[in-house]
Ligand binder design. Structure first.
Ligand code: AKG
Ligand code: FE2
Length: 216
């Protein structure tokens, strides 16, 4: 696999997100690096990861009924980075080269360490991720989450947990990197909505730092 190229003059759009308490400065920060990676490289990486990641169809039990999660997922990371999602504790798969290389590049640009990555494959516009916050205990109080998008552009929405007037909408294009940090996960939810007219797939990689000892 070719070296993962980085654009050095990155344009970063910054969204400052309000906290729950008016007049209180604590807030989340979301930064969108629209051109984190060359478009052609992002498509090459998409093709590679679609084939080499061990994609799984997870299920959830809701009110006694088994429901398929509307996307495919895989969890990679350092051996102690256990993580709970879809109601189950997942052991990480060992790093594969392209994910390891990306982790290093993203750590340099973002200035934070990551020990794991959740991979999501949205096969088409019927696949989605509902409103949630990445506020699991094992991510710590103010997690930094770096999310790389590859393939089909998809909408990404943010809404405040208690003030319905506060919302942001953006499009995550191939090769873009979205960084969520500060108190974002405490006060805000995010989603990738279904989009009926989309037929093409998208991969999203969210790099995280799991604090191993708190899960055990
Ligand atoms: O696909 C995305 O852009 C978001 C993924 C996400 O929110 C997550 O994995 O927690
Ligand atoms: Fe998330």
């Amino acid at each position: 696999m070719q070296q993962i190229g980085l654009n050095l003059n990155q344009h970063i759009e910054t969204f400052i997100l309000a906290s729950a308490d008016e007049g209180k400065p604590a807030s989340g920060v979301v930064q969108l690096h629209a051109d984190f990676m060359d478009y052609d490289l992002s498509i090459e990486l998409f093709d590679n990861l679609r084939k080499t990641v061990q994609w799984e169809q997870e299920s959830l039990w809701i009110a006694g009924q088994e429901r398929k999660v509307p996307r495919l997922v895989a969890w990679y990371g350092d051996s102690d980075a256990d993580y709970r999602y879809s109601g189950k504790l997942h052991k990480p798969l060992p790093w594969i080269q392209p994910l390891l290389e990306l982790r290093q590049r993203i750590e340099i640009v973002v200035g934070s360490d990551f020990n794991s990555v959740l991979c999501n494959l949205y096969r088409d516009g019927q696949d989605s991720m509902g409103w949630h916050a990445d506020d699991e205990k094992e991510l710590g109080a103010e997690p930094v989450i770096a999310s790389l998008s590859l393939g089909q552009p998809r909408a990404f929405h943010l809404k405040h947990k208690t003030n319905p007037k506060l919302r942001h909408k953006m499009t995550l294009t191939s090769g873009s990197l979205l960084v969520m940090k500060g108190a974002t996960q405490q006060h805000w939810l995010h989603q990738v909505p279904k989009e009926a007219n989309i037929t093409q797939p998208r991969i999203n990689l969210t790099f995280r730092n799991v604090i191993g000892s708190s899960v055990k």
